[in-house]
Design a protein around this ligand. Structure first.
Ligand SMILES: Nc1nc2c(c(=O)[nH]1)N[C@H]1C(S)=C(S)[C@@H](COP(=O)(O)O)O[C@H]1N2
Ligand SMILES: [Mo]
Length: 413
């Protein structure tokens, strides 16, 4: 029945569906039958087909253009690849571009020709509608910052694994995040070229990639106050190199601390309004919906506080002395402290290592003399505002902002 439906949608691809379900089975512990039931109930068969099989995938071309080898990435279907925390070099603060996660709503578009590409600044919030060239953007004063980009759904798979309730969408573990060094022009400098009015309220960058189902082009409004911050950038370089296609060439947004969706890739237009802007990406999507939330949902802005061990999930270790490595990050500033528990009861301080930049992350380490047996490792961060990772988070149907302390199962032999 389910298969017939998908076949009728003409987007059905047995291999992709199998791979997707296989992945889900492993990460959620749910059976295939349960998964299919849940997915069809929450997404509908047509949407499910759209998630699994994009146009490019159907044509046999991969959705993502950079190499995404399985030793560095876990595939989450379509153009979605999460970074493996366990293979991050402990000494590197930044995630190199070849390891950086990719999250495409459809697929990475064919390379955009930067010589004919234009960035249009439009809307009632600016005096003049203008078109900027790639060189125009490059000629503005460059700013370089290290910040994370993190998917709002990062950790979504843990709602099922840890709280027994599966949210719709890619079942990420914690690897839909990365810190890179971003170089670009300040969005405020770009908007000034169009004569920003003091009546401007919202700013909405719009992507040039394919429309995302009925929701249209990826576009996410945010307030002018955020747009004018010094580290909100129109980015053209990542880790000192021009952006890769997968990460938004020729330009993408950097909206520090905010949910990943705000960092629109392949920007072709930035609309500035004098009244609040709506798009499906701040109405239907990217809100907290569910029994614990108001009917209109709760709009997402800044990310929460999270921690991850640089270990496979779950992990196997040899008995004896280890130095455990990990990273913690907050969407509203720096990390104040990180505590680790290896027995479920006692918390001890982890040692913070090296840089601790706001809306990026800090690395930490923790010495552990591992006895044989099954263990649960936990890391709990507190950020500079005193926000502490909770033991549990209320479920939301789209699985955003899972920031509870994660049970990291380890078998020691
Ligand atoms: N145009 C466009 N921008 C986009 C997206 C997209 O699908 N299209 N995905 C968003 C989401 S949900 C995330 S989490 C980040 C991921 O950025 P990355 O692929 O460079 O890691 O890009 C955001 N910007
Ligand atoms: Mo995202």
């Amino acid at each position: 029945m389910f298969r017939d439906h998908l076949k009728n949608e003409a987007v059905y691809d047995q291999d992709r569906l199998d791979r997707y379900l296989w992945n889900q089975e492993r990460t959620t512990g749910l059976s295939r039958r349960e998964l299919i039931k849940m997915l069809t109930a929450t997404l509908g068969t047509a949407a499910l087909g759209g998630v699994l099989c994009t146009k490019q995938a159907r044509a046999g071309t991969p959705c993502v253009q950079k190499p995404v080898p399985p030793d560095l990435f876990i595939s989450r279907g379509g153009g979605n690849y999460e970074m493996r925390f366990d293979v991050l070099p402990h000494h590197d603060y930044l995630v190199s571009t070849d390891r950086f996660f990719v999250r495409d709503h459809t697929c990475t578009p064919a390379p955009i020709d930067e010589t004919t590409w234009r960035l249009r600044i439009t809307g009632a919030g600016v005096q003049n509608h203008i078109e900027l060239t790639y060189d125009d953007i490059l000629s503005l004063e460059p700013v370089t910052v290290a910040r994370f980009i993190e998917c709002a759904g990062n950790g979504r798979g843990l709602f099922a694994i840890q709280q027994g309730q599966m949210a719709m969408g890619g079942q990420w573990l914690l690897g839909a995040v990365g810190v890179a060094e971003w170089t670009g022009a300040r969005l405020s400098d770009v908007l000034d070229l169009a004569g920003l009015k003091n009546t401007a309220v919202d700013v909405m960058p719009i992507g040039l990639d394919d429309k995302f189902q009925a929701f249209g082009h990826v576009r996410r409004p945010f307030p002018i106050e955020k747009a004018l911050e010094d580290d909100t950038l129109v980015v053209y370089a990542m880790n000192g190199q021009p952006l890769l296609n997968d990460h938004g060439f020729p330009v993408r947004m950097l909206v520090p601390g905010w949910v990943g969706i705000a960092n629109v890739k392949w920007v072709g237009e930035i609309r500035v309004s004098h009244k609040p802007l709506m798009s499906p990406f701040n109405t239907n999507l990217y809100r907290l919906f569910g029994d614990d939330y108001p009917p209109e949902g709760v709009l997402l802005t800044n990310q929460a506080v999270k921690s991850a061990f640089e270990l496979p999930f779950p992990a196997q270790l040899s008995a004896g002395r280890h130095v455990l490595h990990g990273r913690s990050w907050s969407g509203t500033g720096k990390i104040h402290e990180v505590q680790v528990s290896v027995d479920g009861h006692h918390w001890k301080q982890a040692e913070l290592v090296g840089a601790n930049k706001p809306e990026a992350w800090t690395r930490w380490k923790f010495a552990w003399n591992a006895p044989p047996g099954k263990h649960v490792l936990r890391a709990r961060a507190t950020d500079q505002d005193g926000r502490v990772q909770p033991d549990e988070v209320p479920f939301n149907t789209q699985g955003y902002l899972f920031w509870a302390v994660v049970d990291h199962h380890v078998t020691v032999m």
